[in-house]
Design a protein around this ligand. Structure first.
Ligand code: P1T
Length: 380
């Protein structure tokens, strides 16, 4: 089955054995009747499993070309489940430029449990080797990175993780399986904030993991059930409904993202535009190799280079909404330094390019003329 067909039908066989409904029913129940003691039905308690959740989990597993999908109450809950595979003394090598909430979870929660995180620039995969030692158990990659749009060569990193028998997890939130499928490039775990493009309508907070290997799936399922950060059935229904249009939405996000990246690049009041589709983006070739298009996320700095100049632009926007998050049908604008990446100390975030004049756009699927006119009037 090809991707566009899978987005609608992947993993959805026999979703309603009771009435053959075409869309999965929302099984809004915490528990399921058991016929007799010791005779465990497929679903017995909704933390352990729920049919609506299973429909979403099978869908995302199918889209990522994985075998097992696991849904969580948020993207961070999904990351948290991966980190629970580790023990005190273990080390994680991760991208230095990543979502501020991931950084906060790593440094403010897991460092206290004795896990060490090495934040490094992974633009040259070979350089990762020097940060690996016998305690390294996980490599955490975000690509494209949030918000600097750096691209990490997943296949090259997988070569290193495999040679050291270390798990490789890829946060695929920005790209989605429409643009890149990390398991096929050698990753062990794919992670999503389903709050973003998968859900696609800014109406649900959810996360997901997808793996291929059964023993890893069993460990993660144990954590999912034992820790219990699961989404409710209604949220799973919404996320699944979103996934069914992922391919058409992503196509438009990419088209609009490209037009806006080019518009910004030629604008006198813009200093620098970060978008992997440009020939002069430092990892353009890797992006072209591992992604089928360049996505709908675009970051840029103002020519004036000040906090005020960026704040003025985002506050003047009318079609773009000033808000956290990304990946919905509507265009959003954010100011990473004070919003999504505020939990990263200023010196740390500035090293990766998250300066006060940086603006991040999640380009939606509105008419491109209205989006460009909005930016034009805001960039005065
Ligand atoms: O918000 P939540 O569903 O918990 O997902 C966390 C997360 C994980 N990974 C990436 C790459 C993300 O971008 C996010 C959430 N990001 C935002 C809310 C944001 O505006 O960047």
């Amino acid at each position: 089955m090809k991707f566009n067909t899978k987005a609608i039908h992947g993993g959805q066989e026999n979703i309603d054995p009771a009435y053959n409904s075409v869309m999965p029913p929302i099984y809004q129940t915490s528990t399921f009747k058991q016929d007799k003691i010791g005779n465990h039905p497929e679903f017995e308690y909704s933390r352990s499993g729920n049919p609506t959740r299973a429909a979403f989990e099978k869908s995302i597993a199918s889209l990522e070309n994985g075998t097992y999908g696991l849904a969580f109450g948020s993207g961070l809950a999904a990351i948290d489940a991966v980190l629970k595979l580790l023990k005190p003394g273990d080390e994680v090598v991760c991208t230095s430029d990543l979502y501020g909430g991931s950084y906060r979870l790593f440094t403010k929660i897991y460092e206290d449990f004795g896990i060490k995180f090495r934040f490094i620039d992974m633009s040259e995969a070979a350089k990762i080797e020097q940060y690996i030692n016998e305690d390294t158990k996980l490599i955490w990659v975000e690509t494209p990175t949030n918000p600097m749009m750096n691209i990490i060569d997943v296949q090259a990193v997988a070569g290193i993780s495999k040679s050291h028998k270390i798990l490789l997890a890829v946060d695929n939130t920005f790209a989605t399986p429409y643009l890149q499928r990390p398991l096929g490039l050698g990753a062990d775990i794919v992670m999503h904030s389903a709050t973003k493009y998968l859900g696609g309508h800014s109406d649900v907070v959810m996360g997901a993991l997808v793996v291929k290997e059964e023993s890893l799936a069993k460990k993660l399922y144990f954590i999912q059930n034992a820790s219990g950060a699961v989404p409710g059935p209604q949220d799973c229904f919404l996320a699944l409904r979103g996934v069914k249009t992922l391919h058409v939405r992503m196509q438009r996000h990419c088209e609009n993202g490209k037009s806006i990246a080019h518009f910004l690049k030629s604008h006198a009041n813009v200093e620098r535009v970060y978008w992997p589709g440009f020939d002069d983006h430092p990892s353009h070739q890797i992006a072209t190799k591992q992604m089928t298009d360049y996505g709908g996320m675009v970051s840029f700095t103002t020519k004036k280079g000040t906090m005020d100049s960026a704040v003025n632009v985002v506050e003047r926007l009318k079609v773009f909404t000033l808000a956290e998050s990304l990946g919905g049908v509507e265009s959003l604008a954010g100011h990473p330094a004070t919003m999504t990446h505020a939990s990263i100390p200023k010196e740390e975030r500035e090293k990766t390019g998250v300066v006060d004049s940086l603006i991040r756009l999640s380009v939606g699927i509105e008419d491109i003329d209205d989006l460009i006119a909005d930016l034009e009037q805001a960039l005065i």
